[in-house]
Design a protein around this ligand. Sequence first.
Ligand code: SAH
Length: 222
Amino acid sequence: MNGIPRNGIGMTSARTRARMVERLRGKGIRDERVLAALAGVPPHLFVERALASRAYEDTALPIGFSQTISQPYVVARMIEVLIAGKQPKNVLEVGTGCGYQAAVLARIYPEVYSIERIKGLLERARANLLGLRLANLRLAHGDGYAGLEKAAPFQSIVVAAAAPSVPEALLRQLAPGGRMVLPLRAGVGGAQRLVLIERSGRGFVETELDAVRFVPLEAGKA
Ligand code: SAH
């Protein structure tokens, strides 16, 4: 997978990714498993050709259907928090979008599930991911508010869109000892914060992390 030229990806993009990884290190990402995973997934495969050169920056680029790609730094940060001190097992991502974060997750976890509510976007993600041949990644069309009961419980859950409160189903589908990272917003259009939720034997422990900006988590399939 890594380093195999496809659609003109060659040394240039490998160098661009190496620079991106150095920038992530500079911004505080320390987990080598996470840095290696990001080095292996070219973000430009997930956006339109005209935006390709900007896919390595930490900016919100459009991916169609009024949605945006997750920025490399935010992807790195969320996964680092999820796997700190853990041996990765299985993960659920809510909000596949263009498939970028799903591809990064699939280079870290042996089992990855990602659900997306917009059918057209899920199809686009499938097309983007085809060449990467990630056999351990399963995509599903569904509403993240309901999670993915049939594959639960999950060691990790990561949500790529902001909700006003933690969806109940996701709490239920988190394995004991598991962690969830999600952006929560204070009211409509309010400030967002990344929140870590850990499930212990006795209940859930919540920790507030960085200020972030995600598109809203919306109910129902589209
Ligand atoms: N992880 C993506 C980011 C996509 S942006 C990436 O790497 O690019 C967030 C995505 O969440 C959008 O595609 C949006 O359609 C999706 N989304 C919003 N609400 C959802 C819900 N209830 N269930 C599933 N997906 C949802």
